[in-house]
Design a protein around this ligand. Sequence first.
Ligand SMILES: [Zn+2]
Length: 174
Amino acid sequence: MDWKDPEQVREYNRIAKSVWRTDPENRKKEIEAGATWRRNNPDKVKAGKKKWHDANFEADNARTLAWRKEHPGYMNAWYAAHPGKMCEKNARRAAAKAGVSHVPYTVAEIYERDKGVCGLCHKRVAKKCVTIDHVLPLSLGGDDAPYNVQIAHLMCNSRKYNTARFPQNLRLAM
Ligand SMILES: [Zn+2]
């Protein structure tokens, strides 16, 4: 063995370590040390994961999809246990697709702010019938954000389609 050859030294270390870790006590210590390092270096862990994901993007996605196929119902259960996450994810996607900004908000929050009054017909909306209306539609470049949404009846909202009703709507938003 040539100790000056870093390649061989690495190989030596690798073999020595693999022998050392066959002892369950040592393996336990190694796992603990790894966990401690990860706890102390969250940024490096994040960067490492991202680097790995970028390099193995397709394989990583395929692995995730395969795992989900083997565990049907897992994602549904997760979304059921985390109410709002699905809506939030969809909202972020829709905003990204439309090329506009997304600032998180909840329907309850907007309902409270608008005092339960439809922004389109100015009549009260029952909580269970409320929809979110984008004052300036996403398709026209309006942001998906608290400052560009108002509550509306489903009927009022669907009648509006992709039109921004100037100037009433804009005045309402300001
Ligand atoms: Zn209305």
